[in-house]
Design a protein around this ligand. Structure first.
Ligand code: GRF
Length: 189
């Protein structure tokens, strides 16, 4: 199964997936493409270092979201992408992409959905004072972090935790969870 990772930032989840693939833990996965909406996203450097095809597509170069996504679709089709893996991609997927890839786009979100959707799931959970939070992998639908849940993993927030330590704990479980989910999904075919 040929996958494209969409990311806007650091790419630590990309790294975890790439390492799992390199270590033979994702035998059905071909990491075919990394796509970013930000030219300065460190994930692009990581993909370059790994020799993975990577593309920056500037959303500002397109008049509408539909035009932008049509361009992305052309790239995805050229690369025969089966599954889109969102890993810190800071854009809402629109109808153009969903029309073609619905059911084949997954996302990782740093909270136990449906609690704390949106851009700052970790901080929102921490500020609320919950004692358990975590990470969720889900299918992408038209809402924001609303699609069917595939898998979740939890962490505890203790009295000694700070936002930084909670963030670190969540990233650690994400880096286990995302490759594990990918292994399972792609084995099923
Ligand atoms: C992760 O915490 C993910 O849950 C969220 O964005 C962050 C991306 O981090 N959607 P990275 O770029 O993979 O390091």
């Amino acid at each position: 199964m040929r996958i494209a990772v969409f990311a806007s930032g650091t790419g630590s989840n990309y790294r975890a997936i790439a390492e799992a693939a390199a270590n033979g833990r994702l035998p059905q996965v071909e990491l075919a493409l990394v796509l970013s909406d930000r030219q300065d996203a460190p994930v692009l450097d990581k993909a370059a270092a790994d020799g993975v095809l990577h593309r920056f597509v500037d959303p500002k170069g397109y008049e509408t979201k539909a035009d932008y996504e049509t361009k992305l679709l052309r790239i995805l089709e050229e690369q025969r992408i089966d599954l889109i893996v969102l890993a810190g991609y800071m854009r809402i997927i629109g109808p153009t992409l969903l029309h073609v890839y619905r059911g084949s786009i997954i996302n990782i979100h740093p909270s136990l959905l449906p609690s704390f959707p949106g851009k700052s799931g970790i901080a929102d959970a921490f500020d609320y004072g919950v004692k358990i939070t975590g990470a969720t992998v889900h299918y992408v639908d038209d809402g924001i972090d609303t699609g069917p849940i595939i898998a979740q993993e939890m962490i505890r927030i203790t009295a000694n935790d700070t936002l930084a330590t909670v963030t670190e704990k969540i990233h650690q479980i994400e880096h286990q969870l995302y490759p594990a989910v990918l292994a399972e999904l792609t084995e099923k075919g």
